[in-house]
Design a binder for this molecule. Structure first.
Ligand code: ATP
Length: 197
């Protein structure tokens, strides 16, 4: 089975593209969602987070997000310590999930594909690209936030240009009409690669 990563900046359309693959019958692992889940269900990870950031990190087994956010916000060292606990556990969860799938290829969607080390764990990476201003407008509308808040979130991610250069395939998502044909073309290509394996 071919393992395919899917990444892109905030508002590029990762989730939208993932949904199209899913409609085509391809299973999708949403790494950002799964990471949030295992922070409460993977007891080894829970233990490590408590050891590192204190017992207050959880209340009755529920992650104390405001407490942790306060610790890692504006502290890149602490954030990278937290990531070094969560990212490998998420990669393990993705590997266990992938082992259960039976399609010629599967998709793993992750915003931080390159930053988290996930890229080395997949065979190909698809980048979803949309122009900066369009991404800002989409997120403002989707999340009902102002442009400043979107720009702060964007500034924490590596540049789109660098990210897209690291990808094997790029889907340009600046026009609704052209999105589905691009995904269909990629789907056929990946099915062929998967079936030949
Ligand atoms: P994030 O990293 O913030 O989760 P994302 O990359 O997953 O974002 P989406 O949530 O798929 O991005 O898209 C952002 C918003 O833009 C959504 O509201 C989505 O419906 C809209 N959108 C995405 N692609 C298109 C498109 N081609 N035409 C119109 N709207 C779109």
């Amino acid at each position: 089975m071919v393992k395919v990563g899917l990444t892109g900046g905030i508002g590029s359309g990762k989730t939208t593209v993932s949904r199209i693959f899913n409609v085509l019958g391809i299973p999708v692992f949403d790494a950002d969602y799964e990471a949030k889940t295992i922070m409460e269900t993977d007891l080894e990870l829970v233990g490590r987070v408590q050891e590192t950031f204190g017992e207050e990190s959880y209340t009755d087994g529920i992650l104390n997000r405001p407490y942790l956010a306060k610790i890692v916000f504006n502290n890149p060292t602490k954030l990278s310590v937290l990531n070094s606990l969560v990212h490998p556990a998420t990669i393990d969860a993705a590997n266990r999930w992938m082992a259960r799938q039976t399609t010629p290829y599967v998709i793993k969607e992750a915003a931080l594909m390159f930053e988290s080390g996930s890229a080395s764990n997949v065979d190909y990476v698809i980048g979803v690209y949309a122009p900066h201003d369009l991404r800002v407008r989409r997120v403002m509308q989707r999340d009902n936030v102002d442009s400043e808040q979107v720009l702060i979130r964007m500034s924490r991610q590596i540049s789109e240009v660098i990210k897209m250069k690291l990808c094997d395939f790029v889907v340009v998502n600046d026009d609704q009409q052209l999105l589905i044909p691009q995904v269909l073309q990629l789907h056929h290509k990946l099915m062929k690669i998967g079936e030949e394996q």
